[in-house]
Write a protein that binds this ligand. Structure first.
Ligand SMILES: C[S@@+](CC[C@H](N)C(=O)[O-])C[C@H]1O[C@@H](n2cnc3c(N)ncnc32)[C@H](O)[C@@H]1O
Length: 225
C-alpha cells in the first residue's frame, strides 16, 4: 500500500433474507486524515470532528440507511474522477452521498450542473455553505435525501465513493433510471457484476468508469469489452 493512503476493513451487519449477516468490506482512507483523527485521541480527549467521524462509522456499520461512512474524496482524486468521466459544461453530475459537495463544486467549475444527495443533516448544511462560498449556487443543488431512493433520470454523469455493498445497492435500486449515455465513475470500489470501460489509478487506488450501465445487464456492461 502506498504511503498516502491506507486500506480499512470493516465488518458490517446487514439483513439478508430476513436474517442479520456479517459482511466484510474494504475501503480507503488517507494517512494524513488518519493521523489528524488520531491526534485528539493521543491528547486524551476526542475532538468534535473525531466524534463526528466515529458516529459516521457507527451509522454505517449498524443497520441503517447509510451505505458508506463519511470520508471526503481527496482533491487530486476529485480532479481525476471528473477527467475520467470527461465532465464538461453540457453535463449534469449527480453525486450519491455528496458529503461537503466538493465533487459537485469542482464539476461546476467546469461549467456542469450538479445535484447532490446526502443523508446527514450537518453535511448537507456544510455542502450548501461551500456551494455558496464557491459562487456556484446557480449550478449546484444539494438535497437531504436517501440517495438510494433518489431520481437519477436527469444525470449524465453519476459519481460514487461509497462501499462495495453501497455501489451494489445504489445500482440495483436505481439502474432502471440511469439513461443509456450516462457515465458512472466510482472511486476505490468497482461495481460488482459490471466491467469498467476504463480505469485510472491514483496512489495505487483505482477509479472505475462505466459508460453503459444504463443500457446493459450485469456482467456484459461494456460494448467495448
Ligand atoms: C465516502 S463519503 C463521500 C463523500 C463525497 N461524495 C465526496 O466524494 O467527498 C460517503 C457519503 O455518503 C453519505 N451517505 C451514505 N449513505 C447515504 C444514503 N443512503 N443517502 C445519501 N447519502 C448517504 C455519507 O453520509 C457520506 O457523506
Amino acid at each position: 500500500m502506498c504511503s498516502d493512503f491506507l486500506l480499512y476493513v470493516v465488518i458490517r451487519r446487514e439483513r439478508h433474507e430476513g436474517a442479520h449477516v456479517a459482511t466484510c468490506q474494504a475501503g480507503v482512507t488517507s494517512v494524513p486524515y488518519v493521523h489528524s483523527r488520531l491526534q485528539p485521541l493521543k491528547r486524551g480527549f476526542m475532538s468534535k470532528t473525531a466524534f463526528f467521524q466515529l458516529k459516521s462509522w457507527a451509522r454505517f456499520i449498524l443497520p441503517s440507511r447509510y451505505v458508506a461512512p463519511y470520508h471526503a474524496t481527496p482533491e487530486p482524486v476529485v480532479r481525476r474522477m471528473l477527467q475520467l468521466a470527461r465532465v464538461s459544461a453540457t453535463d449534469t453530475v449527480y453525486d450519491i452521498g455528496c458529503g461537503d459537495a466538493r465533487l459537485l463544486i469542482a464539476a461546476a467549475e467546469r461549467g456542469a450542473r450538479g445535484v447532490g444527495f446526502e443523508l446527514h443533516g450537518s453535511l448537507v448544511q456544510e455542502a450548501r455553505q461551500e456551494v455558496e462560498k464557491a459562487g456556484v449556487g446557480h449550478l449546484v443543488k444539494v438535497f437531504q435525501e436517501d440517495a438510494t431512493k433518489a431520481s437519477l433520470k436527469e444525470a449524465t454523469v453519476i459519481t460514487l465513493y461509497l462501499s462495495d455493498s453501497g455501489n451494489t445497492h445504489v445500482i440495483n435500486n436505481l439502474k432502471q433510471q440511469i439513461q443509456q449515455q450516462t457515465r458512472v465513475v466510482s472511486f476505490a470500489f468497482p461495481i460488482q457484476g459490471y466491467l469498467p470501460d476504463k480505469t485510472d489509478k491514483i496512489h495505487g487506488i483505482d477509479i472505475y468508469l462505466y459508460n453503459n450501465i444504463g443500457l446493459l445487464p450485469p456482467v456484459i456492461s461494456s460494448l467495448t469489452q
